[in-house]
Design a protein around this ligand. Sequence first.
Ligand code: ATP
Length: 519
Amino acid sequence: MNAPAASILVVDDEPDLRTLYELTLLREGYRVETAASVQEAREQLKAHRFDAVITDMRLPDGFGMELLQDLREQQRKERCVVMTAYGSAENAVEALRSGAFDYLTKPVDLKQFRSVVASAIQGTGGVPAPRASRTPGGRAGAAVDAQASSSALDRLVGESAAMRNVKQRVAKVARGMAPVLIHGESGTGKELVAQALHASSQRADGPWVAVNCGAIPENLLEAEFFGARKGSYTGATQDRDGYFQAARGGTLFLDEIGDLPLAMQSKLLRAIQERSVRALGSTQEETVDVRIVSATHRDLAADVQSGRFRQDLYYRLNVIEVVIPPLRERREDLPALCRALLARIAQESGMPVPALTEHAMQAIAAHPLSGNVRELENLLHRAVALSEGDELHVDGMPHGSGPAAAGQATADSPQPMPLADSTGFTPPAVPGPRDADAAPAHAAPGLAMPGAVTPLPSDLQAWLDQQERDILVRALREAGFNRTATAARLGISLRQIRYRIARLNIAVPNDQDAHDDAG
Ligand SMILES: Nc1ncnc2c1ncn2[C@@H]1O[C@H](COP(=O)(O)OP(=O)(O)OP(=O)(O)O)[C@@H](O)[C@H]1O
């Protein structure tokens, strides 16, 4: 039973139901006030503070949602549970999106009612959270909350429109209880976003438990998630909490949720719906107040279609979706990401932060980075390890290992990071050939930037190839991939440019220059 001091406002216009809820809650030891309309509820809310408000959706003079809105607008602490008619899933989702703590479907199952209320009460300011690991005085003032929240969001580097969107969405949904599904390719920062969500939420002082659903052997899943009593399986020598118990009062992050086998999906759905779990070998259900944030790189909607993922669980998890675009779609974030990652790497390794030259930046940008920020991080780790002096030396660039940073990728090679001009750095100007006989354009050109001393390459040919490739890609791009125009721009013949494009395996959209063939 929860702390008796908790007080609850019940809003329902049907006298019998109102009494039923009231008696149920009184029996649990709560203090209860009731209201039969939006108007009455508003008066109660004006006169008292509650820990939770349980409201019917349809009321004679309006909707329960209006009360939810009032609570939000007045920044009140009451958690709100909305009761919706059976089958009106949209209303329930709408209520969760608007910040409801949870919803109950009518006719309300009293066991579920009690357990949802118990969860709503846990961790509110009005009563101590019985078992949540909360630091004393953790309910900091709004200013401190805002500060913690913004620093958590600051760790998400990137000011592209896409990243700004992600951050705004995280800030907006962090305070509610609604489940969030984060979608993005591998390495795009899903876990980092989930952490920011937790740190910006009212649960920031509670535990953060991250689970990789794909990494747990199937036969251990239930015990890992819900705990196990001593003797419940071979090797269970003592009672053990599961992830749900460990995350009480905090956030449970379910990474790679799409990898969960179907049987476990049903058990997870039940735990989320009932807000309670039963440890393996136990006869007791225990209430758990946990916010679920999940992540996947898979197309879960397609998995639902093909029967790999339960539709009802999908709806339950996907109340709010946050989509993180791949790095190639927000390449303007690249310089800031490089700086932030380099600072982190240098700090971890106790080294000074190496200087990020334009040349190094350009070489990084030419890399496909199909593994997103994680691949960028690995690349920088390698570069830091290999660099001599205080400048970053990026080598191991993909010369000859796939199409260059222009045009389409071939079927069996990764799509390179396209080179546009929005990376925040300007590629070095392409000077004309210094020597007319110096056919190899790759030999060109004072590529060293003014003031920058280019480190000596360990593989001259590879280095020159990379320079040539960068110049060709940029010139091709500027000429709309017209080879004749590109050749003219670079002062070489069409035959030469064809030869170079083929030698460096640069992918150029096919029909852009059909007329070139005349040359
Ligand atoms: N916007 C960002 N700002 C700073 N660091 C980032 C950003 N995005 C990702 N990272 C870093 O990149 C690495 C990979 O991120 P993360 O583990 O969150 O990705 P993920 O999408 O969860 O990956 P996976 O799908 O492989 O589990 C981490 O070290 C993370 O800190």
